[in-house]
Design a protein. Structure first.
Length: 133
């Protein structure tokens, strides 16, 4: 399911290394099923997701998905090397409705339920780096 608010998502990261993959997934474990979990529950789910993603052996990068006003924030992971189908499978395991997918600089939101995709524009236009700010 692609909710309208997903299409407004922006991202914040401390760093985004030069040479990072041009195609990667962004996955969260926060608020599974759209239910607002407590910060402690979200932290626990995020730790479990981090371990699951580390087990893939692919590079990870911390990134935060946010509402445009930066009030709503969900700790997430950018992971390079996973195929889209594998990204969707992992996200479903963590109760997520969708993943964000970056392909050659274009940002998409992809439904875990049916694979429906919506192109959102340039990923870099939605990314804010906090280092040096």
């Amino acid at each position: 399911m692609i909710l309208p608010e997903y299409l407004q998502t922006v991202f914040v990261a401390e760093v985004f290394p030069a040479g990072w993959a041009e195609t990667f997934a962004i996955i969260t474990a926060a608020n599974p099923g759209g239910v607002n979990y407590s910060p402690a529950e979200n932290e626990l789910a995020d730790s479990r997701l981090q371990r699951a993603l580390e087990d893939t052996g692919f590079p990870l990068l911390r990134i935060v998905g946010c509402s445009p006003d930066l009030v709503h924030r969900e700790q997430s992971w950018a992971v390079a090397g996973l195929l889209l189908l594998e990204s969707l499978r992992i996200a479903k395991e963590f109760g997520q409705n969708a993943v964000f997918w970056v392909d050659q600089g274009w940002l998409y939101v992809v439904s875990c339920a049916d694979g429906d995709q919506r192109r959102m524009g340039s990923f870099l236009d939605r990314l804010t780096l906090t280092t040096g700010s």
